[in-house]
Every structure is written in structure tokens, then in C-alpha cells.
Design a protein around this ligand. Sequence first.
Ligand code: NAD
Ligand code: UD1
Length: 335
Amino acid sequence: MVLVTGGAGYIGSHTCIALHQAGFDFLVFDNLCNSSLESLKRVEKIINKKIKFVEGDIRSKENMQKAFEMYEIDSVIHFAGLKAVGESVELPLKYYDNNINGTLVLLEVMQEYNCKKIVFSSSATVYGDPHTTPIKEDFPLSCTNPYGRTKLFIEEILRDVYRADSDFKIVILRYFNPVGAHQSGTIGEDPNGKPNNLMPFIAQTAVGKHEFLSVFGDDYDTIDGTGVRDYIHVVDLAQGHVNSLQKISSLDGVLTVNLGTGNGYSVLEMVAAFEKASGKKVAYKIAPRREGDIAACFADPAYAKEVLGWSATKELNEMCEDSWRWQSNNPNGYN
Ligand code: NAD
Ligand code: UD1
């Protein structure tokens, strides 16, 4: 049985579908602090199966032990965490407590129940401002905000856990920019309040919730001066977790892998692609650069292919079409 912490969230809910399709039995553990049961209800409809769910907080040893008592858990996919960069600057202790403390409790309980396989959601943010692109896994690591530091610290904690006990099998997945939605249009990304990330902001602008998109800077050293990122379809990303679980037993050491497409698109290219996919106009205005942003960030995806047999399959038009289907069918998200 696979324990999926944070499984009611954006990436977790899509991963539930991929796990089901690959024949894995799983249970979702989530405190619903940034999600609702509605996402899991909709996943149940898609997979036509009831999902095992335990409501709880990863920081609570009792809550975690309850899940391990109820089910025979042999591996964990660990999504649970807070992810808003701006909020992490305002409330660093909240982020260190939730993400780091939560992971420590999870690892302690895993050890207690002799469960030693874990796939962890890291982020390309751990590369800081890369000296060159595409980014390879052995590039130097750094970070510019508390959220990023929680990811980097947890990576280091996992490496220490392996050093102390080489029975542990650990996969660290560094996601680039997840976008898109399941093709049913019934589940997708549902940010709280005004989105910080580009794709949900574009989608909400297209559906009429914002007057225009602010493009953060047009004087970067990129193709058109706007920031370049590696957008990856969330369904491809979900599949990366399935491949990781399929390979994890044969692992030796800690495997750290980029999950990206290897393609970089600028903000203006994203706007144009979204307009094409949706048939809607996305008004935008050039605004000052956002603090902490970098010019370009995209993956070298070769290692993921080599060690996980995984590569992204979905192109930009599909990412935009699927985002639009979700956004236009659910203008207010799950509410
Ligand atoms: P999300 O907020 O949609 O999902 C996270 C889930 O974890 C939510 O359902 C939330 O309720 C749950 N959760 C948070 N704290 C918890 C706690 N203490 N106990 C139990 N459950 C808790 O986010 P997402 O986009 O699905 O991201 C999943 C993971 O991937 C996160 O760790 C995130 O940092 C990481 N990540 C996301 C992105 C991205 O752009 N979405 C990029 C890189 C890495
Ligand atoms: C952001 C986070 C990063 C996190 C990632 C995925 C920051 C500084 N970084 O990265 O830590 O891992 O999300 O969750 O917040 N843009 C606009 N207008 C907008 C929004 C974004 O022009 O309203 C631009 C940005 O300047 C950037 C690109 O769009 O060039 C993508 O932005 P975003 O979706 O926020 O992702 P990242 O900046 O890569």
C-alpha cells in the first residue's frame, strides 16, 4: 500500500489517478489545509473506485501512526507541504514547522513501522539562479526564500537518513513548473485567492476574473525579454511518481531527478499559446520584475529518462487546452 501525503492537492490528486491506472493500492493522508475532499470525490468518479482517506496532519505523530496502524504501508509519496513563496517570506516559522517538522515526524513514524521507501516532492527552486541552462541534477544548490530552503533542507535530511540506514530507498523529484489538468476537466489547480503562479493567473484572466496579467519584467536576457520556464503537464508529472515507485526497490542510494520537459517558454509565448488554445484574449501589461525571479530555468531531462525510463509526453498546446477546460468548467475551482 502506498501512502500519499497531500494526496488531495493539485499534484497529489492527479497522481492518485496514475497510481490507480498502474495498479497500485494507495491511501491519501491530508489535513485539507490547502485542498478539499471535493477533489478526491472527483478522482473517485474518474477511477470509478472509492479512495481510502485518513484526515490528519503530518506533524502529528498520533495521526501518522493511525494511518500506519490502519493499513500496511510499504512506501510513501510525500506531497504534503505549504508552497506559497511570498507567504513563506512573511511567515517563515509556519513553513519550517509544516514542511520540515512534518517531514521529520513522517520519517520517524516510517522508521517505527519499518517502511523505508519514499518519493519526495522537491522543486527546481533548489537550483537558485543557475549559472547556465539546461539544468542538470549535479548543478550547485542554493535558495532565495524560506519555501525553497525547506525543500533544500528536506533533501539534505533525506540524504542523512540514507547515510544512517542504507535500507532506505529514496527518490527526490525536482519538479519544474507543473501546469495543466486532467483531460476530463473535473480536477485541476485551485489556488487560494489571487494566484502567484503564471498559468492559473492567465487562465483566470481568460475566464474574466482579472482585467489583465502583469508580466513581471521584459528586460531579461531571453528571447523576448520575459522570463523563461519549463512548464510540465501535471499528468506527465504524476506519471513520474509511478515510474519512481516502480524502480524504487532496485535502487541503491538516493536518486535525485529533474522532472521537466527540457523546453523553455517565455511569459509572452505562454500568453500566445493560451489564447490559441482557449480562443480568448489574455490582456497583459508589462510590470516591474518580481523580486527573487530569475531569467531562465529549464531542465535537462536526460537523467530522468535514463534512470526512471520517464519523459514528458504532452506539448504546450495540450497543457493550455487542459488548463482551459478545467478553468472554464470550474471558474471558481472546487467551490
Ligand atoms: P497543494 O497545496 O495543492 O497540495 C499539497 C497538499 O498537502 C494539500 O492538499 C494540503 O492540504 C496538504 N498539506 C499541507 N500541509 C499538510 C500537513 N501538515 N499535513 C497534512 N497535509 C498537508 O500543492 P501541490 O501543487 O499539489 O504541491 C505538492 C507538493 O509539490 C508540495 O510539496 C509542493 O511544495 C511541491 N511542489 C509543487 C510545485 C508546484 O508548482 N505546484 C512545484 C514544485 C514542488
Ligand atoms: C515560482 C516560485 C518557485 C516555485 C514555483 C512553482 C517565486 C519567486 N518562485 O516559480 O519557488 O517552485 O513557482 O510553484 O515565486 N509571471 C508573470 N506574471 C505573473 C506570474 C508570473 O509575469 O502574474 C512570470 C514570472 O516572472 C516567471 C514566470 O511567469 O517568469 C513563471 O512564474 P511562476 O509561475 O510564478 O513560477 P516560477 O517563478 O518559476
